[in-house]
Design a protein around this ligand. Structure first.
Ligand SMILES: Cc1cc2nc3c(=O)[nH]c(=O)nc-3n(C[C@H](O)[C@H](O)[C@H](O)COP(=O)(O)OP(=O)(O)OC[C@H]3O[C@@H](n4cnc5c(N)ncnc54)[C@H](O)[C@@H]3O)c2cc1C
Length: 292
């Protein structure tokens, strides 16, 4: 049992960076605590803790820039779901946040915590991948953050490439074109609420009036140790006219592109078949809607 725990609550980024750069301690970051506080082993070992929810920029900031939005890593899901600009421009992200845990978890849990926890079942991760998100890491070096893709931060289930005392400061989302946009986030779990994904699928794309797919991005969760984009399936669909035959081919391609495992939540065969079926479902829905 440790004798004491040192907790710091810096009020802004400057204070946070000072603590991290001037001090030789190994710090444990806590944001919403919804993952950390149930990981008893990690939490009990922590001797130096920084509460990121005290850092105004990280907890409060949703900054709308000309071509992107920058979201503080410790902004809770509820704020993301309710934010008018995010609702309007990133409905796929709002949908993923709405499917996380419960209202209580959404009030506390954060996007930075979801990335740093590095679970293949993290629901925002396939969506961030489909949105081509960038993650800004601190402490700043000469006033600048280090940029990474969320998938580059994940090294495996529960493992990140974050260095000691490196933290996620912001998530940046490039503004996607609205014209011809279609999107879907689907999560398959044991139940509708409070369920960790057996698999998840995020689709973001653009299509013209003649049903030609100009671009499609497909990302999955829980079917590999890390979140994946599916370049082969995307390439098969890009530039093609959406037809029933193409949908069947795309589902087959996705089946061959994933290599899920069996674990306590599901088995590999179910995951492979269902991921392909979910993609089919999304694309058939799109086809029906466009043909109306
Ligand atoms: C009942 C329940 C249901 C849940 N349901 C879901 C679900 O449906 N879908 C889902 O995806 N998740 C779910 N979760 C998991 C969890 O809520 C999310 O992963 C959440 O996003 C974690 O965010 P947090 O702010 O609470 O992270 P914390 O618990 O504070 O931190 C998690 C980890 O990330 C690190 N960390 C946090 N913020 C940063 C940062 N900015 N920089 C560097 N490291 C950081 C911490 O040190 C810790 O290792 C559930 C959890 C519970 C308890």
């Amino acid at each position: 049992m440790k004798d004491e725990i040192i907790v710091r609550r810096p009020q802004n980024l400057t204070e946070l960076d000072q603590i991290l750069l001037e001090n030789g301690n190994s710090w444990t970051f806590v944001a919403g605590g919804t993952d950390l506080l149930v990981q008893k082993q990690v939490w009990q070992r922590a001797t130096h803790v920084i509460d990121l929810t005290s850092v105004t920029e990280l907890h409060q900031q949703v900054e709308v820039l000309p071509d992107k939005v920058r979201i503080g890593a410790a902004v809770p899901y509820t704020k993301i779901i309710k934010h008018p600009f995010i609702k309007e421009n990133f409905p796929i992200l709002c949908e993923a946040c709405r499917q996380i845990g419960s209202i209580q978890i959404q009030n506390r849990g954060t996007i930075g915590g979801n990335i740093a926890n590095a679970s293949p079942a993290g629901d925002t991760l396939p969506v961030l991948s489909a949105l081509d998100a960038e993650v800004l890491l601190g402490p700043r070096q000469n006033g600048t953050f280090t940029h990474f893709k969320p998938s580059e931060i994940m090294a495996g289930p529960g493992q990140t490439r974050l260095k000691q005392n490196q933290y996620i400061a912001f998530v940046e989302l490039p503004l996607p074109a609205k014209e011809g946009q279609f999107w879907a986030f689907r999560k398959i779990g044991q139940r509708q609420a409070m369920a960790i994904s057996k698999l998840s699928l995020a689709v973001l794309g653009w299509m013209d009036d003649l049903l030609t797919i100009k671009e499609i991005r497909i990302a999955t969760g829980s079917v590999a140790p890390v979140i994946q984009r599916h370049a082969k399936t995307e390439a098969l669909l890009n530039g093609q006219t959406l037809t029933e035959a193409l949908i069947e081919k795309a589902a087959e391609a996705l089946k061959n592109e994933i290599s899920p495992i069996s674990d306590i939540r599901s088995n590999a065969t179910y995951r492979r078949e269902t991921t392909a079926n979910v993609l089919k479902d999304v694309l058939y829905e799109l086809l029906m809607e466009k043909k109306k």
